[in-house]
Design a protein around this ligand. Structure first.
Ligand SMILES: [Fe+2]
Ligand SMILES: [Fe+2]
Length: 389
């Protein structure tokens, strides 16, 4: 399984992770063979990458930490709520639009699936387009905040549910911010920034007015941009004054924002985002930060990496607590990148051998144009067959 940018997709490649549309409807199912017009459609939808089955590691399968279908349902629920809220005339509440029962069930499902997950290692990015950004972001913040909360421990089920509901709606207030500001390519003016900074209070008053979310969930919406050092907004609260649930969501929110493509910059790859986050122990709760970072793979399974010792290959496994020390199946060695019989190196417990860099797609294509056509019938599959003999 490998994450491939849409520009590099070719007909014949097999879809590994299903792709859903804005409304949560299945577009491309797992196992589907890509055709030219599917690829066009993905480009039209502005989807940046998908996951395809890969001949390098056909025996390795990675699952998202929650079911794809649950994620799609959650994205659709958030979309419905935000769009309905936008249609409401100013001053009125959200009313019936919050199909509260359905919303509660989705939160329950997400919490259950994460609690049941024995490893809880984030190895995949969700597939989102610019149209679905806010909704997909909201769902991913919920998944990450809950992952961090479960990993740290000390939160009961009721609190986990509050984290789930609060984070799904944490950016609700952004529907009041003009899209020209939210999607602006250049830096924001002081006035524009002030407008954006109103979204926590906007969202808080929207859910409170209607009694839609109870105390801590609503506080998550209000406080998710507060920082321990008092330099957050809207109220410059300090460490003791911020709800712990909101602290967890704040960490997840920043990680997701760093790794997402935005109109004004490309998203950082996980290893870079983790590096940036590691320096944020002053503004975030250090234990919560560490708990989440321990469960996010710096080099997700399927990433093509070069090791400090010169070997290059694909990440096949990650270890909780050691996000930078994956197990790598090596395909190339030495400066000349000589193809070798694949073997595995586990960086777990190795001090002197590290991941040196992530190979960009352009380099992978150059390195393996024919050896691995990256579709069914490529070299990797042959290797697996030979290995089985
Ligand atoms: Fe926000
Ligand atoms: Fe956010």
């Amino acid at each position: 399984m490998r994450r491939v940018p849409v520009w590099a997709l070719k007909p014949g490649m097999i879809v590994e992770k299903p792709v859903y549309d804005l409304k949560g409807r299945l577009l491309l199912n797992r196992g589907l063979e890509l055709k030219k017009d599917y690829i066009h459609h993905l480009k039209r939808m502005d989807i940046p990458f998908i996951y395809i089955q890969d001949d390098f590691i056909p025996d390795v399968r990675v699952e998202d930490v929650i079911l794809d279908e649950t994620r799609a349902r959650a994205v659709n629920a958030v979309r419905t709520i935000l769009e309905e809220a936008q249609r409401q005339p100013p001053g009125s509440g959200l009313g019936l639009v919050l199909e509260q029962k359905k919303f509660g069930e989705i939160v329950d499902d997400i919490v259950d699936q994460l609690l049941d997950n024995p490893e809880l290692m984030v190895n995949m990015a969700d597939i989102r387009s610019s149209d679905t950004y806010t909704f997909a972001h909201s769902v991913n913040v919920a998944v990450l905040a809950l992952t961090g909360a479960i990993a740290r421990g000390g939160f009961n089920r009721r609190q986990l549910k509050q984290i789930g509901s609060g984070s799904l709606l944490h950016d609700l207030g952004k529907i009041k911010v003009p899209l020209e500001i939210l999607n602006k390519k250049g830096p924001l003016t002081r006035e524009e920034f002030a407008r954006v900074q109103e979204h926590p209070e906007e969202g808080y008053s929207m859910v409170s007015r209607q009694g839609i979310l109870d105390g801590p969930s609503a506080e998550i919406i209000l406080q998710h941009h507060e920082r321990n050092d008092g330099n957050g907004y809207p109220h410059n609260r300090t460490e003791e004054e911020i709800n712990p649930l909101a602290k967890m969501v704040a960490i997840a929110d920043v990680y997701d924002a760093l790794t997402s493509d935005r109109p004004y910059r490309k998203g950082f790859p996980p290893h870079r985002a983790l590096e940036i986050m590691e320096t944020m122990g002053d503004i975030f709760d250090p234990d919560m930060l560490q708990a989440l970072l321990n469960h996010i793979a710096a080099y997700p399974v399927g990433t093509f990496v070069e090791l400090s010792s010169g070997e290059a290959g694909i990440v096949v496994k990650n270890w909780v607590g050691l996000p930078r020390h994956p197990r790598v199946r090596v395909f190339f060695v030495g400066e000349e990148m000589t193809r070798v019989e694949p073997f595995e190196i586990d960086l777990k417990g190795q001090e002197n051998r590290l991941v040196d860099r992530v190979l960009p797609e352009e380099e992978i294509i150059k390195l393996i144009p024919e050896v691995f056509p990256l579709s069914r019938g490529g070299g990797g599959e042959k290797w697996m067959q030979e290995k089985r003999k």
